[in-house]
Every structure is written in structure tokens, then in C-alpha cells.
Design a protein around this ligand. Structure first.
Ligand SMILES: *Cc1c(COP(=O)(O)O)cnc(C)c1O
Length: 368
């Protein structure tokens, strides 16, 4: 019996390499791209452990929960870490980064998350990248949530290590990810005695056994399904056009924000400044006395198809996430999300009137 997922022909080294090249084009980079056969945390951790050691001084920019994790890994590697933390309802600015680098001139590594799906903000990487480059530090970027939702321009922005995953705006599976590595970053890893070797976390192993060896023989059995899915993700973006795909995400964010503002009932966009709101997902603050998890449960009872989730950890009480990414970056999804939220808010006894038709109209106007 044949099955679409089973008994696949082996994926050739040539095919694997062609997917790497396609990802490189998506990221606008001439750096080597290493595809990693695991969830994005694999290259995120591998890139930090490969690069950082006791001699490293890192500026870790914390704009959400992933930044906290990166700081933990950096400290675990023995690096001296200075955290630049900003409130989760804002983005970091290039000026803040400039001041932090002036305060800690020995900084040689900067870690940054591009868009935070968990908090709904997005950071100005072009501007921050210019400051980091001027200082001479390596720039490490988590673009897992931004890739496919907004431009990610690795070479133009001077990103040395850029990690992506397929599972957010690309609409793919979580089991495959990639990292682009600049020559400077490879040199830093080669000189790092603590960089993982003969390890699943090792980027240097891939460089030695795959990239530098001419990409002719794969060091491990390739994850065929995930590789085919990643290829299909990039192909879909190419055929729709990256500009059209990112415009669709920007419109979804603008429409959701406008809809929430018009909905009333005490809901507010979580990220104060619209320019700092991520195209990948819109976060919403619930009014005092309305538990976000309960509100999401009630909204999903009204319409189980809407991409609503409560915030993680301590944010579960006060934050609703509208995950309008990938195939859900559509006017229909935004409209349905606002309707479900409005119904749940009314049922919860909202403070103040809830205007669902007004929200739907505002969202439609903002989309256009
Ligand atoms: C989703 C995401 C990841 C991947 O981690 P998961 O825990 O699997 O969701 C990494 N970084 C960012 C910024 C993300 O949004």
C-alpha cells in the first residue's frame, strides 16, 4: 500500500544542498546556510554554544522570553553577559544598543530576537545591526518568527548568525530549521575550544563534513519529509512573491490592531507603538478582571477555527495572541478572530460597550 508520507525515495545530497541554496536566497545572503534537522532551538543553541566561551562578552537584548533563554545559554558557556532588557510592550532601539555598547566596549557578541511571536513586538534590526557592525561585535539573530512575515536581510543588515524555522509564517513543520553563518562567525567558532564537536549541536561538524567537503555526501540520513516540506515552504513564498507575502502579514497586523481598538470592551493592543508591532502576530491586553486564558477559551468555544492563544507563563492572565501568520494572514481570519473575541468579551461582562460591527469595519478599512 503506498502512502504519501511513507516509503519515500532517499533525498540526495544534491537535493539537500539545493534547499540550503534556496533558503540562502530567501534570506538575501551569500553566507553558508546550514540546515539543521530539528526544531529551531537546535541551531539557536548550537550557534551560541559554538561561538561563545569564557572569553566572550555578550550584550543580550531581551524583548521577550527567548532573549532570557539566550542569556542562560551564554552564561552557561562562561560568557560575561550584559542584558539589555526592555518592557515587553516595546521594541529595543538602536540608541539603547549604542549606549549599552559604549558602557561595555569589550562586547564582542550581540544576541537579538527579530520578531517576538510571544510578545508581539519586532525589533529594528537594520538600525541595530548598523550600530553592532560599527562596534565590530558579531550579531546573532533569532528570525524564527519573522521569516516569511517581514523582510529578513542577512547581508544587508550585517547579521553573522541568523536562525530560522519553518513553523511560523512559512507555514511549515517544526522539525526543520536553518542558520546562516558568516565567515567571521565561522572563524570565531574555529577558535573556540569549547565549541561542540562530534555533537548534534555542532555547526563546525557540518562545516567540516558537509560544507567544506563540497556538499557531496551527507553526514547523516536526511529528514526527507521535513526537507521536502521546507523546500515547499520556500517555493510557495517564491511563487506568491516575498513582497506580497510580507504585505499580507503587515495588513493582517494593521487590521487586527485597528479592529481591537474599535472593538472596545477594555481590550488594547499590547504593543503600544504600532511601528513596534510584529507583522507575524498581534498581542492584545485584556482589561483588569478579564482573565486572558478564560477569554481565549470562550472565544474558541464560539469559533474553534480562529488562531487565538493566551500569552505564555505570567502573561497568560493578561495577554491574548492573534497568530495571524502563514496561511492565516487573511482578512477572513482577522474578521473571525475579532468576532469571536467580541462574543467572548460580551459574555464575560466587558467593561464598556463591545462593538463587533465597528471592529470588523475598522479592520477591513485598515486592511485596504
Ligand atoms: C516560535 C519561536 C521559536 C521556536 O521555539 P518554539 O518554542 O518551538 O516555539 C524561537 N524563537 C522565536 C522568536 C519564536 O517565536
Amino acid at each position: 500500500m503506498t502512502h504519501p508520507f511513507l516509503d519515500l525515495a532517499p533525498l540526495s545530497a544534491e537535493h539537500f544542498a539545493s534547499v540550503e541554496d534556496r533558503v540562502a536566497r530567501l534570506l538575501g545572503t551569500s553566507h553558508s546556510v546550514v540546515i539543521m534537522q530539528g526544531e529551531a532551538l537546535l541551531p539557536l543553541e548550537g550557534a551560541i554554544r559554538g561561538t561563545a566561551g569564557p572569553g566572550t562578552t555578550a550584550l543580550n537584548i531581551v524583548t521577550g522570553p527567548y532573549g532570557q533563554t539566550f542569556g542562560d545559554w551564554l552564561r552557561d558557556c562562561g560568557a560575561t553577559v550584559h542584558d539589555l532588557s526592555v518592557p515587553f510592550h516595546t521594541a529595543a532601539t538602536a540608541e539603547q544598543v549604542r549606549r549599552a555598547l559604549a558602557e561595555h566596549p569589550e562586547t564582542d557578541f550581540v544576541s537579538l530576537v527579530h520578531a517576538e511571536a510571544a510578545t508581539g513586538n519586532t525589533n529594528p534590526v537594520a538600525e541595530i545591526g548598523a550600530v553592532v557592525r560599527e562596534h565590530g561585535a558579531l550579531l546573532y539573530l533569532d528570525a524564527v518568527a519573522s521569516v516569511g512575515a517581514e523582510p529578513v536581510l542577512v547581508d544587508e543588515w550585517g547579521v553573522d548568525l541568523c536562525v530560522i524555522g519553518a513553523q511560523k509564517a512559512l507555514g511549515g513543520p517544526a522539525g526543520v530549521s536553518a542558520v546562516s553563518v558568516s565567515e567571521r562567525a565561522w572563524a570565531r567558532m574555529a577558535a573556540n575550544p569549547g565549541a561542540p564537536r562530534r555533537s548534534y549541536l555542532s555547526l563546525l561538524d557540518w562545516k567540516e563534513r558537509w560544507t567544506d567537503a563540497g556538499r557531496r555526501v551527507l553526514p547523516h540520513a536526511p529528514a526527507q519529509l521535513e526537507m521536502l516540506a521546507l523546500e515547499a515552504c520556500v517555493e510557495r513564498v517564491e511563487s506568491d512573491g516575498l513582497a506580497a507575502v510580507t504585505a499580507r502579514h503587515a495588513a493582517a497586523a494593521a487590521a487586527t490592531r485597528a479592529g481591537v481598538l474599535a472593538l472596545g470592551g477594555g481590550l488594547e493592543p499590547y504593543v503600544h507603538d504600532a511601528r513596534e508591532a510584529a507583522p507575524v502576530a498581534t498581542t492584545v491586553r485584556t482589561p483588569a478582571g478579564v482573565d486572558a486564558s478564560a477569554l481565549v477559551a470562550a472565544a474558541l468555544a464560539v469559533d474553534p477555527s480562529v488562531p487565538l492563544a493566551a500569552g505564555g507563563g505570567a502573561l497568560a492572565k493578561e495577554m491574548v495572541r492573534v497568530n495571524h501568520y502563514g496561511p492565516r494572514a487573511t482578512p477572513e481570519t482577522v474578521r473571525a478572530s475579532l468576532e469571536a473575541l467580541g462574543a467572548a468579551l460580551t459574555a464575560a461582562g466587558a467593561a464598556g460597550p463591545v462593538d463587533v460591527p465597528g471592529a470588523v469595519a475598522a479592520a477591513a478599512a485598515a486592511w485596504a
